[in-house]
Design a protein around this ligand. Structure first.
Ligand code: MG
Length: 330
């Protein structure tokens, strides 16, 4: 089991309800790894934080975007090449331990640039990267790898620019884009799957456009847990590549049987005691006596089967109200 952190295990400094006990129970029968796009924290810092929540894990059970970025880098430029690092200690240490020579200056004629978030990244580092990445005399420029492309990072005091925004500053100067390693790109998933020597994995995440999209790209099953960023509204609107295999309201469901999603010859979708059918562009609820989440599971499948865009579909408020959420305004 591969798990995202924020919105799955914890939110901010607080463990989410049922998350720790459910993951501990899962870990008694399967290997559990944790994937994070955060490039500023080392695997052991992340592992320590998870231990404080009561999880048992090795540092090696944390897979970070710098690790995935170095893997992607090695496919482009093998060590011991000289690499210009934009980022902090976490990324520098990862690049060095892979056998590369680290530089901070374009004057050292680096063979590649690797870029990750750190609060101290400023204009000088971004300018050095830009100088190194500019192509000379029409020759193709040197490879550029970014740990992740998250535009923003949510912090206690508000939303701040993330690595994607800093990458954009360099992009505007050099006119091209980097290879990206973090979710939803395959590199971070492949790094994890390689480490455990398996393709038989399920990804548990709270964001459709990163966690779930990436799992679909590498062809593994996924669980969307509704304790984080994306909720019923985003799920019903999810495009083909962003649809999870399973939908759960919290992680206790990892230990419960998942009801089959049944589609009858009329197109009615039944999950547990919930049943819906599409009447033209309208979702009609035929039965709704069981778990609230089953109605969402049935409605999302029925909507996805139509192939219609969500703004053309009329979803009854009950689908949202049953889950205790206010229906979106129209
Ligand atoms: Mg998350």
């Amino acid at each position: 089991m591969l798990a995202d952190l924020d919105g799955v295990v914890y939110r901010g400094d607080v463990a989410l309800p049922y998350a720790v006990e459910s993951i501990r129970r899962a870990a008694s029968t399967v290997r559990v790894a944790y994937l994070t796009n955060n490039a500023a924290r080392t695997p052991s810092t992340v592992a320590n934080q998870l231990r404080e929540f009561g999880l048992e894990l090795a540092d090696d059970d944390v897979v970070t975007s710098p690790q995935a970025a170095v893997r992607a880098l090695a496919e482009l430029v093998p060590p011991p090449a000289t690499v210009l690092v934009v980022g902090g200690e976490g990324l520098t240490a990862q690049v060095e331990s892979a056998g590369y020579t680290v530089t901070r200056s374009a004057d050292d004629r680096p063979s590649a640039v690797i870029q990750g978030f750190h609060p101290d990244v400023g204009w000088r580092q971004l300018a050095e990267a830009s100088f190194a990445l500019q192509s000379v005399d029409g020759a193709p420029g040197i490879p550029w790898v970014s740990t992740n492309s998250d535009w923003t990072i949510p912090l206690q005091r508000g939303i701040a620019p993330g690595n994607g925004s800093l990458v954009s500053a360099v992009h505007l100067a050099v006119g091209r884009l980097p290879v990206t390693a973090g979710k939803p790109e395959p590199a971070i998933y492949e790094t994890a799957l390689d480490r455990y020597g398996t393709r038989n994995a399920v990804f548990v995440g709270d964001r459709l456009d990163t966690d779930i999209r990436g799992a679909n790209r590498v062809g593994i099953d996924s669980v969307l847990v509704l304790t984080g960023v994306d909720g019923a509204k985003q799920l019903l609107a999810a495009g083909k590549g962003d649809r999870p295999t399973y939908i759960v309201d919290d992680l206790r469901a990892l230990h419960e049987p998942y009801p089959p999603v049944l589609i009858d010859s009329d197109g009615a979708v039944t999950v547990g005691a919930a049943s819906v059918i599409m009447r033209r562009n309208r979702v009609e609820v035929l039965a709704d006596d069981g778990e609230p989440i089953d109605l969402l599971r049935a409605a999302s499948r029925a909507i996805w089967e139509t192939g219609l865009a969500i703004y053309g579909i009329d979803v009854p408020d009950a689908v949202f109200r049953r889950l205790g959420i206010e229906p979106p305004s129209r």
